[in-house]
Write a protein that binds this ligand. Structure first.
Ligand SMILES: [Fe+2]
Length: 263
């Protein structure tokens, strides 16, 4: 019915030395992970309907990064749907990465693909892109899009997680602060919600709440760790970057992780 790849947090940078110094850990330059990703995708022995990128396409909102991102992403043959993340400029993502057909930048959108509804949440206009609180009007728009999706599976994509996890740095510093309101709208249609797909927290994480499954895919660059009581983010250098394969078949969803070789 629907087969796609979920990728996230590529943090493409034209700076060969790029890295977050606050982590004080030796991280590979993020473009190396993107090169591995492109090779891994081009080797896959099956076709996908599209690739979903849940944001942080570039490391910083600078034109040279988007020029490089365009060059790299041009090597993908599949349709690509991009959601801007908190590190992106939504305007540059739209102007420099969308090509009007194969590569689209999504906002608060509703796309119907093979009978499935892909509904996206855009944080680029939020008060604080790191820990956004969505305005009432945006939540009403999300509800209206769900109402339009009368038949078939519903998939939701966003950059940030919606619900508290029990990991303080994620809950307080990396989540849509009123994501519970989106969750309540999904619970009302839970028989048809095939999954919520997000990135931002750079780790493979699955949670299940009130019948809704939430899937975070790894970054292609580096992952963060998350555990009970963890107050601030820290890199998990033991876990490789990667991406997820998602299959939607009738009322079932199957998510499989692919790991990338260490950079
Ligand atoms: Fe990120």
């Amino acid at each position: 019915m629907l087969t796609f790849l979920h990728i996230s947090d590529t943090h493409i940078s034209a700076d060969p030395e790029y890295g977050p110094h606050w982590l004080r850990k030796p991280l590979a330059q993020p473009n190396l992970g993107v090169e591995s990703l492109l090779e891994a995708i081009n080797r896959l022995p099956f076709a996908v309907d599209f690739i979903l990128h849940t944001g942080d396409v570039c490391a910083e909102p600078e034109a040279e990064n988007y020029h490089l991102a365009r060059e790299l992403l041009d090597r993908l043959e599949q349709p690509l749907y991009l959601l801007p993340g908190n590190h992106d400029s939504a305007q540059m993502t739209r102007e420099m990465l969308a090509d009007g057909e194969r590569r689209q930048v999504l906002g608060d959108d509703h796309k119907i693909i093979n009978g499935c509804h892909l509904i996206t949440v855009d944080i680029s206009g939020a008060d604080n892109p790191l820990t956004p609180t969505l305005p009432d009007g945006q939540i009403d728009h999300f509800a209206a899009q769900l109402n339009e999706a009368q038949e078939g599976p519903i998939l939701v994509a966003a950059h940030h997680p919606f619900l508290p996890t029990g990991v303080p740095w994620i809950d307080d510093e990396a989540r849509i602060q009123n994501g519970e309101r989106l969750h309540e709208l999904l619970v009302a249609r839970r028989e048809r919600v095939a999954g919520v797909f997000f990135g931002h927290i750079h780790q493979v994480a699955t949670s299940y709440s009130d019948g809704i499954t939430y899937n975070c895919c790894p970054s292609t660059w580096f992952n963060f760790t998350g555990y009970p009581g963890m107050e601030s983010a820290d890199a998990d250098l033991d876990t490789p970057g990667g991406f997820n394969l998602v299959m939607i078949r009738e009322n079932r969803s199957f998510v499989r992780r692919y790991s990338l070789p260490p950079a």
